[in-house]
Design a protein around this ligand. Structure first.
Ligand SMILES: Nc1ncnc2c1ncn2[C@@H]1O[C@H](COP(=O)(O)OP(=O)(O)OP(=O)(O)O)[C@@H](O)[C@H]1O
Ligand SMILES: [Mg+2]
Length: 469
């Protein structure tokens, strides 16, 4: 991964640098060429005054054609160009380079003459038959003598000379491009290591450790960029994984603990009976205790199976129209004996005889039973229980209240956890701490809400909603 990301970055940067340098080179050569010829034009225009005075002398017969050619050759060599003198019909009559003699007597200027007659210099590019191998830039400057057009001076500048200068410029550009690429590689390497590659490697390392069970490992990246955000989300994911792992361990230890105590006592009682340690007349008494323990064990196992099935979504909910008021009434009747034993005062408040909701009958029965069971269990002797159902918009609101001590703030958010009991010592014998987890799992699966309303110096209310039909 390290090599991949780095080489991709380098390739991208090298491409960007290359493109920008090619563009620079193109602009520069265009600019350079026009600048060069502009300069050259100025220089040659100055030179042309001298040449035209020689030409005029020739016309006047002051100097011979040989002398004229000689003088032209000298000027041409000095300025590294070729000079032709052309008459007013466009025919050359003197050339600076003897090798170009065969251009004499061929018309080299036609259209240009019009402009030249108007005393306008002309600027062209051409090879003039086969005289030049590569195109040359030519400046034509008219000659006037006594106001009469006497032809023109043609000054050819080879592009070759410019090419070699440009080549040098390109060379410099490419060498600097190469340097730029090398330097940017070093910079990219340094920064990508610091900003991306090392942090990613760290996240990768920690992910590997976590997957091997070291769930307490975290990444330590504090940058404010996307990598920092990734590290943050990664850490919070690790937090929840650690939490899940902690819950799993706790769950296993709780289950083993809950199962071990009834099994130990059942084993003790039956062993005592078999050994004869327990006297015959007490056998029945101990057997009934053992029976209760086995029943408790059965309930525990059933609760656990229910819970895992609900959480795994294996219980197919059978949604039907049910009367929640009827379920509440039947449930209270189920607890009649316990209510009587604890001399409790029970209030049932309902707006109507029936309140129809869409839910799974058996599961809602389990919810109401668990909540009423808790109320009956945790209310004080001679206390009050209030169960009410009412309509709230398109929902039915069911609440189960019991007076007595409220649930401490710090326990509120744990109360839904499996095996969580507020008062571990007092309730350990009669409860397992699974009731509320089951309640919440069922309601979550139905897409409904449940919450606790603690009322200081009054008691505790559990409220939940169901969808009305
Ligand atoms: N009505 C209530 N009043 C006071 N405390 C309550 C009430 N209902 C629940 N609790 C507290 O919440 C804890 C968890 O309740 P939950 O129903 O999950 O378990 P449990 O009643 O202890 O055991 P189980 O329901 O499995 O027999 C209880 O141990 C108790 O401390
Ligand atoms: Mg309970």
């Amino acid at each position: 991964m390290k090599k991949g990301l780095f080489s991709k970055l380098v390739a991208t940067f090298a491409a960007i640098i290359a493109v920008s340098f090619i563009m620079t080179a193109a602009f520069l050569s265009y600019w350079f060429e026009s600048y060069y010829f502009e300069q050259r034009k100025g220089q040659l225009t100055a030179e042309s005054a001298h040449i035209s005075s020689i030409a005029v002398q020739y016309w006047k017969g002051t100097i011979s054609i040989d002398r004229l050619t000689e003088l032209l050759t000298a000027v041409a060599q000095y300025d590294s160009m070729d000079i032709w003198l052309v008459d007013s019909y466009g025919y050359p009559y003197a050339v600076s380079n003897p090798k170009q003699q065969n251009v004499l007597k061929t018309q080299v200027l036609t259209k240009e003459l019009e402009k030249l007659r108007l005393n306008e210099p002309v600027d062209t590019i051409g090879i003039y038959g086969n005289i030049f191998k590569v195109p040359v830039r030519t400046f034509d400057i008219p000659i006037f003598s006594g106001g009469v057009f006497k032809g023109a001076i043609m000054m050819h500048t080879s592009v070759n000379e410019l090419k070699s200068t440009l080549m040098r410029v390109y060379e410099i550009i490419w060498i600097s491009a190469l340097f730029a690429i090398i330097i940017s590689c070093i910079v990219i390497y340094y920064f990508s290591q610091r900003i991306i590659i090392k942090p990613l490697a760290q996240i990768n390392y920690v992910a590997d450790k976590i997957s091997k069970g070291e769930v307490e490992k975290r990444v330590n990246i504090n940058s404010k960029d996307e990598i920092g955000i990734l590290a943050k989300s990664f850490n919070s994911m690790a937090d929840s994984l650690e939490e899940v792992e902690k819950n799993r361990r706790e769950f296993i230890s709780n289950v083993s603990h809950e199962i071990r105590s009834p099994i130990t006592s059942v084993k003790g009682f039956i062993g005592g009976i078999l050994d004869g340690v327990i006297p015959k007349e007490k056998e029945n008494y101990y057997l009934s205790i053992a029976y209760e323990e086995v029943q408790r064990l059965t309930r525990l196992v059933n609760d656990l199976l229910d819970l895992s099935a609900i959480e795994a979504g294996q219980f197919k909910l059978r949604i039907e129209e049910i009367d929640i008021n009827e379920i509440v009434r039947l449930c209270i009747i189920k607890f009649e004996q316990k209510i009587h034993e604890k001399r409790l005062k029970v209030d049932v408040l309902m707006q109507d005889d029936n309140l129809y909701v869409a839910a799974d009958r058996d599961r809602i029965n389990q919810v109401v039973t668990n909540l009423v069971d808790n109320a009956v269990k945790y209310v004080g002797e001679g206390g009050t229980i209030k169960v009410s159902t009412k309509i709230k918009g398109d929902k039915a609101l069911i609440s189960v209240f019991n007076d007595g001590p409220i649930i401490p703030e710090r326990d509120l958010k744990h109360i839904w956890n499996r095996f969580y009991k507020v008062d571990k010592s007092r309730t350990s014998k009669v409860s397992t701490g699974l009731g509320l987890s089951i309640v919440r799992s069922i309601l979550t699966q139905l897409g409904e809400d449940i919450w606790i309303e603690n009322k200081e110096s009054q008691g505790v209310t559990f409220c939940f909603t169901l969808k009305r039909v």
